[in-house]
Design a protein. Structure first.
Length: 370
């Protein structure tokens, strides 16, 4: 079967979109930035065209796993990301189900990554989009995020590993993408047991039309799968190998989203009064420090985990479930921040999270292969 050039496999890595990989990553980043900014135009919350942490949190609420009425909606972007990655991985024969690598540890790391993100009020993707919207508070998040990744690279250099994964049946890898189709049906059917934020009731009520959000997710899922975009991987590769190509992709997202925001009048530089954000710089930094630290021990950011889950990686599915559990825990026990700032419970949870992640890093750097 002939495969379109866009999906062609070149080189040992098998993931080059075109002959010049860096150019491809930058082009993909530019497209993703435009899509993210335009989703705000079509109805998503300000500076939140995409936010993997927030959208998983909203979906968790829609399923009734937390009772924060302001953030309950099945986000089609999440569905699209997984299905887009799944479709293109099937086309390119990169759908290779694997799993069984420290599932409990991955679940715990995923939960604490989410708690860190909800302290900051955004994932690494939204951090970039907040910067593109002029939110100066995201600078503190970026510093903390980079520091968390640098801490994690210390453990990588010491031999940190969650051990090998194992080949799984194709049926096993297909379950999570199939669940996304079920989620889409639930979104469209809107049965009584699915919770939706009331109009004007909060961020969950702000969303683009289903088809627009789904299409955006599919396109970004395809681009992210083909380019391996991951901000955690970008900083890690820059530190360990002096390779900056993945970072170029996120710089491109920042630039294109910034241009669209300026053109649409969505760019509002400053710190106070930013949408779905708070001004506590210390806890913005510490929240993203926890997120960055946990992500590098997991091997990728929340978006990368979704993309891998679409490729049949059940370890990433476990991580996504951990992220959702963290969202439920955060909103059920008052850990998530708000525009008023972080909560006392949230601060305690972030400190505990940093300690737990550090212990996981130490223990898994000392273990020997069986």
């Amino acid at each position: 079967m002939l495969i379109p050039k866009f999906f062609s496999i070149e080189g040992k890595g098998g993931y080059s979109l075109m002959k010049k990989e860096k150019t491809t990553i930058v082009v993909a980043g530019l497209i993703i930035g435009v899509i993210a900014a335009m989703l705000v135009f079509f109805g998503n919350p300000a500076n939140m065209g995409f936010c993997i942490a927030c959208f998983l949190r909203d979906t968790t609420g829609a399923l009734g796993l937390h009772s924060a009425a302001a953030v309950q909606y099945i986000r089609p972007e999440i569905i699209g990301l997984v299905l887009g990655a799944c479709i293109v991985s099937l086309i390119t024969k990169e759908f290779r189900p694997r799993g069984g690598s420290a599932p409990v540890t991955r679940f715990v790391l995923g939960a604490f990554v989410m708690i860190g993100c909800l302290m900051f009020l955004g994932c690494p993707f939204r951090m970039i989009l907040r910067l593109a919207g002029g939110d100066g508070n995201a600078i503190f998040g970026l510093v903390g995020f980079a520091a968390g990744i640098l801490t994690g690279t210390f453990f990588l250099k010491k031999g940190y590993t969650l051990k090998r994964s194992y080949k799984m049946p194709k049926l096993e890898g297909s379950i999570f993408p199939a669940v996304q189709i079920v989620m889409l049906l639930l979104l469209v059917a809107a049965p009584a047991f699915i919770h939706f934020t009331e109009p004007e009731g909060g961020p969950g009520a702000k969303h683009a039309a289903i088809l627009i959000s789904l299409a955006a997710g599919v396109i970004v899922g395809i681009l992210a799968q083909r380019t391996r975009l991951c901000m955690v991987g970008g900083i890690r590769d820059a530190v360990l190998f002096g390779e900056f190509k993945l970072l170029f992709g996120f710089v491109a997202i920042l630039v294109s989203a910034l241009i669209v925001n300026v053109a649409l009048g969505y760019f509002h530089p400053g710190f106070a009064g930013q949408p779905i954000a708070h001004t506590d710089g210390l806890w913005n930094a510490l929240g993203m420090y926890l997120a960055g630290f946990g992500c590098i021990l997991l091997g990728g950011c929340p978006m990368r985990q979704l993309i891998l889950s679409g490729e049949g990686n059940t370890d990433s599915v476990v991580t996504v479930l951990g992220l959702m559990a963290g969202a439920a825990f955060a909103h059920n026990f008052g850990l998530a921040s708000s525009a008023d700032g972080p909560t006392a419970n949230g601060k305690i949870a972030v400190v505990i999270g940093i300690i737990v992640v550090a212990v996981i890093g130490v223990v898994n750097s000392m273990r020997k292969e069986a």
